[in-house]
Write a protein that binds this ligand. Structure first.
Ligand code: AMP
Length: 246
């Protein structure tokens, strides 16, 4: 492809992005087991539409790192790969969704994880978040991935303890073996990505989170997407769903 056409495509992408950034997309939920690509796809939505990503796993890890009372309570539960009790989650999520940057929408990553959390979220969105702006209904996208692919993806995940950048030794390896490209720090395996914990996390997903998909499916609000494809293809389909929505 010539430089002129590449330049034209990049300008078209930029102008699509800037149009997308002024859009009210409302709340977006990505559902899927650990390793389905929720984190990556969330970051892409964030970048394209300029809305915040709200990862309950990250919010909890922040509490653990700061040593708050909630963090102390959540730490052992998270290390076992179990779910933190709903009541603890509601406080953290409500607090975050009331922040101003959520007015044009947000991406929830890792929440809701139980049918009770889904019901709570509907009630919360009904009364709290969009009081002063145009209401845009929730978009619920389910990422579907084959079980063996999941095991491979999770077992390959590494992160940099210094800058937080994430890698996958199978699909997105660092340039130098197990070292961060940005600062050369030795990459780590997240405590709950250890092989002995993964099977438990997937089992927890099956038993507890499947009812969340069922909850939305029963109300015809679930959009299932095949996530066993290239990341870019999955992203394009997700953007299509969001653009055709509000
Ligand atoms: P994640 O980074 O989303 O995989 O979350 C890491 C861990 O945080 C999970 O294994 C749970 O222990 C906890 N967690 C995150 N989100 C939730 C949630 N919505 N409900 C209960 N526990 C959660």
């Amino acid at each position: 492809m010539g430089n002129t056409s590449k330049g034209a495509i990049s300008m078209a992408n930029e102008s699509a992005k800037s149009a997308a950034q002024n859009k009210n997309i409302g709340p977006v939920i990505l559902l899927g087991p650990p390793g389905a690509g929720k984190g990556t796809q969330s970051r892409r939505i964030v970048e394209h539409y300029g809305v915040p990503q709200i990862s309950t796993g990250d919010l909890l890890r922040e509490h653990v790192a700061r040593g708050t009372a909630l963090g102390l309570e959540a730490k052992a539960i998270m290390a076992r790969g179990e779910l933190v009790p709903d009541e603890l989650m509601y406080g953290i999520v409500a607090c975050r969704l009331r922040e101003l940057d959520c007015r044009n929408g947000f991406v929830l990553d890792g929440f809701p994880r139980t049918a009770a959390q889904a019901g709570w979220l509907d009630a919360f969105l009904e009364k709290a978040v969009f009081e002063n702006s145009q209401k845009c209904p929730l978009i619920v996208i389910q990422l579907l991935v084959d079980y063996n692919q999941l095991l491979l993806r999770i077992a390959g995940r590494r992160s940099c303890p210094t800058c937080g950048r994430t890698y996958n030794i199978h699909t997105q390896p660092p340039l130098r073996d197990e070292l961060c490209d940005v600062d050369g720090t030795k990459l780590l395996i997240r405590e709950d990505d250890r092989e002995e914990v993964i099977a438990g996390r997937l089992a927890t997903y099956e038993t507890q989170t499947r009812p969340v998909a069922d909850y939305y499916r029963a109300q015809n609000r679930l959009m299932a997407i095949d996530a066993d494809r290239k990341m870019e293809e999955v992203t394009a389909q997700i953007f299509g769903v969001i653009d055709g929505h509000c």
